[in-house]
Ligand binder design. Structure first.
Ligand SMILES: Cc1cc2nc3c(=O)[nH]c(=O)nc-3n(C[C@H](O)[C@H](O)[C@H](O)COP(=O)(O)O)c2cc1C
Length: 456
């Protein structure tokens, strides 16, 4: 049936459904698009410096049914494992998509196969990042100018994972070389190119495209400006969903609240097919509780996706207090861990190393805590950790401390350190009581009713 013969009708809950000439719903909002292949309808975007394992741990305590993404990882880093970038535990994290960046089909395919082996639910190819560094390597958004190459990459990746997990693409509405009037999306001028790109990607085996609904300006705008300045055009997502009905289209860009996300899935512009999913980026970092804690209860966002395993559902908490406690337990576990996943080496918990790791581990806790009393908790937390560092350094035997610090240096420089020496370096180092420090501040400064208010 052609799009022209479809009409939108208001259903009893006010949402729009697409009906055919006989008033039969053909692809209503309560439809799970098969192209998603198990991917939940709601997702948190891949974000460098944010969506690491620690942030994902927080997200998973708030929502079992949301798809989570890794930060973008360069395919060569995956292949050569210079960073242990793919470190994660499928049993703890549920549906996680590994996003890879690169432009060489064989290298991307190899990285996709490794991600599949490690148990990721899906591999996503970054065709949307406009950063200079990425552009010089000619991947990310600049790949949109070479649709055939992206097709080759998708095809190679699909083959490498034997089509056992989805290979998906995240892209922009198009690219522009420099800032100017053309930076904004124009249907007549830009849509045919976008459609052509998506058709090639689809023909190569991709059944789900995530569309950041603005163009990318490759020269003259910073990455941050590229997320604000070019005009947002969500209509392009509905248009693509209509023109490529066999491809699941997820819309991304500027969603601020859960109800806005649900509305985008429920309310389809007249004559169009619904989009299959929505993805949220910055708002999830700024207000993870507001964005995620009620997502599982929103039937439009989550009921239609395959249910997550019981072990993942069991991780879910119902109050901010429990979410903060879960983050702090995770932090304590990581500090006591033998292994530093970021540096792919043993973790020697000298006071300085624990301080360094805390800046990464406590970021998600920080985004949970805001509003009245939060400044006192955040500054008190760092004062407490710094005071602990100072006092611990002073109280430790200087020889023990110097030996441990030397092992840290050797490991950093990728030196070979015998296991006995590692064990000796760890032996006398106390662990920072981060949980106790923050718990006390939370109790003292955050309102009880705010901490204990259940999920909306
Ligand atoms: C700090 C930051 C890092 C990002 N890193 C990535 C990335 O690694 N890969 C990617 O595809 N997009 C990345 N993005 C873009 C987001 O995935 C998303 O497309 C964009 O922020 C628009 O969504 P929003 O308006 O909901 O934030 C990043 C965005 C931010 C704010």
């Amino acid at each position: 049936m052609g799009v022209a013969s479809m009409a939108a009708a208001a259903s009893t809950d006010g949402s729009m459904e697409v009906v055919d000439d006989n008033d039969k719903v053909v692809d209503g909002p309560m439809h799970y698009h098969p192209g998603l292949r198990g991917h939940p309808r709601f997702s948190v975007a891949p974000m460098m410096q944010f969506t690491d394992r620690h942030f994902r741990t927080l997200c998973r305590t708030l929502s079992s049914n949301t798809a989570l993404y890794t930060e973008m990882v360069n395919c060569n880093a995956v292949r050569l494992s210079r960073d242990d970038v793919l470190d994660w535990n499928p049993d703890d994290e549920g549906y996680v998509v590994c996003q890879i960046g690169g432009n060489e089909p064989n290298a991307m395919a190899e990285a996709a196969a490794i991600a599949h082996e490690r148990g990721y639910s899906e591999v996503n190819i970054n065709c949307g990042c406009p950063s200079d560094r990425v552009e010089k390597g000619c991947f990310g958004a600049s790949l949109m100018t070479q649709p055939e190459l992206v097709g080759d990459i998708v095809r190679a990746c699909v083959e490498a994972v034997r089509d056992e997990i989805p290979i998906t693409v995240k892209c922009r509405l198009g690219t522009e070389q420099k800032m100017g009037l053309k930076a904004d999306f124009d249907f007549e001028r830009d849509y045919p190119k976008l459609l052509h790109f998506c058709q090639i990607v689809r023909d190569a085996g991709c059944t789900h495209i995530i569309l950041h609904t603005r163009k990318a300006v490759l020269g003259g705008l910073s990455t941050d400006e590229n997320r604000r300045v070019p005009m947002l055009c969500r209509e392009a997502a509905w248009r693509l969903a209509t023109d490529l009905p066999d491809v699941a289209i997820t819309a991304n860009g500027q969603f601020k609240t859960l109800s806005e996300c649900a509305a985008a899935l429920a309310n389809t512009p007249e004559g169009c097919r619904p989009i299959a999913g929505v993805m949220v980026g910055r708002a999830a970092c700024a207000h993870p509780w507001e964005l995620l804690s009620a997502a599982d209860e929103s039937c439009i966002l989550s009921d239609l996706a395959p249910p997550p395993p019981p072990a993942i559902q069991a991780l879910r908490v119902r109050t901010r207090r429990d979410a903060i406690a879960a983050c702090l337990s995770h932090c304590a576990r990581e500090l006591s861990s033998e292994y530093d996943t970021r540096h792919r080496s043993f973790f020697i918990p000298t006071p300085s190393e624990q301080r360094r790791l805390c800046t990464i581990l406590l970021k998600p806790t920080g985004s949970l805590i805001y509003g009245r009393g939060s400044k006192k908790v955040k500054s008190g937390m760092w004062d407490g950790i710094d005071a602990w560092c100072r006092e611990t350094k002073e109280s430790l035997d200087p020889k023990v401390l110097a030996q441990s610090e030397e092992v840290v240096r050797l490991l950093r420089n990728r030196g070979e350190v015998p296991r006995e020496r590692v064990d000796a370096a760890r032996r006398h180092l106390p662990l920072c009581p981060v949980k106790a420090i923050v718990d006390q501040l939370v109790r003292a400064h955050l309102p009880i009713e705010w901490l204990d208010a259940p999920t909306d």
